[in-house]
Design a protein around this ligand. Structure first.
Ligand code: GLC
Length: 766
């Protein structure tokens, strides 16, 4: 409490700078062992190897020989043979292709060269008696920093100090909120002279990245463990993200229904209310794919139960909604109520499935159900047990689960478990200091794999609040308890873009804002932007004003409906981007800079984004605004609403947008695969091709199709159609060539062309 008054800045409250007096010392021994550079210094140990020519792993352990076993995040870690190892009195050199790693013997510094140009270099390492260490890395004042997962502030993190400790933050998120729900210790350093590289600091203890205190370097501090660093040397952001997701995994192709519009509230408090919400969507003709059940559906917040008073007919409701093509996603938190008569608690106790203190007592903490125990998801048996418990839901036809409070959040001073709680991994026990940031990731894994086992041949949808690097393999991520603040709508954009650069393609923020009160204009503007972000859910807190599309009268209803419909219109394009993300690891929503790296000033564009490579969105983010500055990258663009053609110079222009419009631009030369009107993603949708003619002959596009929910696509039941439009006078020939299972050949309902006077459109090919 006192912290929120000026007491916090009492003269004696000056933060002491942490020091790292113990150094590694000079290299004493180095050799090539099993294709790896290994050795020791006066006080520590190190190892280094290639994963491929562009990816290098470096480990330094001041306490013991380095541990080579990769973490759960680095599933793609495979040692690759080097081409050469040499050493002399001053250096040890490891080479693969055009990449060279040099270890300088008297300093223990690692330098990485690509094509003989220095790309990455450490410049110091120290540790202290508290088991903390600090690694220093060379940089320049102009080096931009991108990534770092779910962080507040603008896109470029240069000049900030950012730390990683999964934290449930209900108070308003702002620039100084350096720890949120996710910890993804991966960033891209972009130096205008030396080039770019990515760093994944795979250490799950609390870490701190300081890009502020020095001009010539930045530092990475970890509160335990060893340096476990992966360096990615791609030449572009896309290559670096591709490298990072080869290591930590890609966002799998989600079921199509998870890309539709989702409606939620903490909470719809009875089955009648859920029913009424679904009915209202239907009556008003607003598309809907999913309704959420927040904690009130449970019996006194016991997970895997229904409230016998307010949700006695829950199972029948889920089935009935399913028949109307509406999925229901229930919340499942990790806290299991301490209740001797509750079977989940009994099983957990009987089998020692809950987290325990080092001395062997079960750890209890307070969350929604009161005193609760927490599954130790680090044990494979616990993952299986927890996953299988979801049969309670899957038997009803449920295909998606929402994991919350899994930082884990506990209602106490530290906001989480005691640090002397232990987690048991096969052959290894770690304390919560090391396990904390991994807890949400392991829970997501248990949930995703459980759903996959139980719903045969059905792609699961899991949504998580907490996670660590690699979380994209299991779950979509929403950015937690934002507020109905215009600033939060704006901040969600760089947050989502940096999550995308950190491998997590499937992300979104609560549309309308979670806490505080939404307004008519805010709901309109937020629905507009939400419709173009990867995950699209409207959600808000108890006691706040309702914010369903109809909550603010007829005008707001009409406009939000229009944009929800637009989401469904864009679904074929969006789904194609997700299919690409599953292959390449590249994000669906990207900073402009990722597509136009030659425009360095785009590093500061945090309030516009690219949806794939062809669509650029510039939302209205302030009340009363009917126009805004839009940076238009070089080349030609079409305004999506007016179809007016613009010539981009890389500089900003002013674009108007009345309340019922949002600036969206389509790159000239694009064939946009849009879809016909549907009420949800399960209805058959025909294609409407929009041909935005380019200046040269090339106008093309593509669409990916499959059944939208099963894994049959992995056995070939999918189709990709490439389109190309060639203009001959006033005639337009649209060629298509399909690759894959022809059963999925799309029905093309309409083709429209923009940018020239076209009298006749002729379709050719598949
Ligand atoms: C947390 C979640 C929020 C949810 C609430 C109740 O605050 O972040 O989305 O509605 O818990 O379950």
């Amino acid at each position: 409490m006192l912290d929120s008054t000026s007491f916090a800045i009492l003269p004696s409250n000056v933060k002491k700078q942490e020091t790292f007096p113990h150094k590694l010392g000079a290299v004493k021994e180095v050799a090539l062992r099993d294709q790896m550079l290994v050795g020791r210094t006066e006080k520590g140990h190190f190892a280094c190897y290639f994963i491929d020519e562009e990816t290098i792993r470096i480990m330094i352990d001041p306490a013991k020989e380095v541990t080579l076993t990769p973490s759960i995040a680095a599933e793609g870690d495979r040692l690759a043979a080097c081409d050469e190892f040499t050493q002399n009195n001053t250096q040890a050199i490891l080479t693969k292709g055009e990449t060279t790693v040099v270890l300088t013997k008297d300093t223990g510094v690692f330098t990485v060269f690509k094509k003989e140009q220095e790309r990455f270099a450490t410049c110091g390492f120290g540790y202290n008696r508290a088991n903390k260490h600090q690694l220093q890395i060379v940089s320049r004042a102009e080096t931009a920093i991108l990534g770092l997962g779910e962080k507040t502030g603008f896109l470029n993190k240069a000049g900030s100090i950012i730390s990683m400790w999964n934290t449930d933050v209900y108070s308003p998120h702002n620039k100084d909120t350096v720890e949120l729900y996710q910890s993804i210790p991966f960033f891209i350093a972009d130096d205008p002279q030396a080039g770019k590289y990515g760093v994944f600091y795979d250490n799950s203890f609390r870490t701190e990245f300081d890009y502020q205190s020095y001009q010539d370097r930045y530092t990475i501090m970890a509160e335990g463990g060893a340096v476990n660093l992966y360096v990615f040397l791609g030449d572009s952001l896309k290559e670096i993200v591709a490298g990072y997701t080869r290591l930590t995994g890609k966002t799998p192709l989600p079921p199509k229904w998870s890309l539709g519009y989702h409606q939620s509230r903490y909470s719809y408090t009875s089955e009648q209310e859920v029913e009424r919400i679904a009915k209202t969507f239907k009556e008003k003709g607003i598309p809907l794919d999913c309704i959420f059940m927040d904690i009130h559906y449970m019996d006194d917040f016991r997970v895997f139960t229904f409230n016998p008073d307010t949700f006695a007919g829950g199972p029948a409701l889920v089935k009935a909604l399913k028949e109307q093509n509406i999925d229901v996603v229930p919340i499942v938190d990790p806290g299991v109520k301490k209740d001797v008569d509750y079977s989940v608690y009994q099983e957990g106790i009987k089998n020692r499935y809950f987290c325990e203190k080092l001395e062997g007592d079960v750890y209890y903490g307070e969350v929604w159900p009161g005193e609760s125990a927490f599954p130790d998801f680090f044990q494979p048996e616990v993952q299986n047990w927890w996953g299988d418990l979801h049969q309670f839901y899957t038997d009803l036809g449920i295909r998606g689960i929402w994991n919350d409070m899994n930082e884990p959040s506990v209602f106490n001073e530290s906001k989480t478990m005691d640090l002397d709680v232990v987690h048991r991994q096969p052959g290894r026990q770690i304390t919560h200091k090391e396990g904390h940031n991994l807890y949400g990731l392991y829970m997501s894994k248990a949930t995703f794999e459980g759903l996959k086992r139980l719903n045969e041949n059905e792609r699961p949808f899991s949504l998580t609040r907490a996670g660590y690097a690699g979380v994209q393999r299991y779950s979509a991520v929403w950015t937690g308890d934002n507020r109905s603040h215009w600033e939060h709508m704006e901040m969600s954009l760089p947050m989502i873009m940096n999550l995308g650069l950190s491998g997590v393609a499937f992300t979104g923020a609560d549309v309308g804002g979670f806490s505080s009160e939404c307004s008519k204009e805010m709901l309109i503007r937020w629905t507009q932007v939400g419709a173009f972000l990867p995950y699209f859910r409207n959600h808000c807190v108890q006691d706040s004003i309702y914010q369903e599309p109809w909550a603010f009268g007829a005008e707001a209803e009409a406009i939000t409906k229009k944009f929800i419909e637009l989401r469904y219109q864009f679904l074929p394009y969006l789904y194609t981007l997700f299919a690409e993300a599953a292959e390449t690891g590249l994000p669906v929503v990207r900073p402009l800079y990722m597509e136009y790296e030659e425009e360095r000033h785009f590093l500061n564009v945090s309030d516009q984004f690219m949806l794939g490579s062809s669509v650029m969105v510039a939302p209205i983010l302030r009340p009363g605004q009917k126009e805004r500055l839009v940076y238009l990258p070089k080349g030609e663009w079409y305004h999506f609403t007016t179809k007016e053609r613009f010539v981009g110079t890389g500089e900003a222009i002013i674009v108007k947008a009345e309340l019922d419009d949002m600036p969206i631009f389509v790159k000239a030369g694009t064939i946009l695969p849009l879809g016909t009107k549907v009420m949800n993603s399960k209805e058959a949708q025909k294609l409407c091709l929009e041909v935005y003619l380019g200046t040269d002959d090339k106008t093309c596009g593509k669409v990916y199709l499959d059944d939208g929910h099963s894994y049959d696509y992995q056995k070939g039941a999918s189709l990709t159609v490439q389109f190309e439009a060639i203009q001959q006078g006033t005639q337009l020939n649209v060629h298509s060539s399909a690759q894959g299972d022809k059963n999925w050949l799309p029905d093309i309902a309409e083709i429209h062309a923009y940018g020239a006077k076209i009298d006749e459109i002729i379709r050719m090919g598949d």
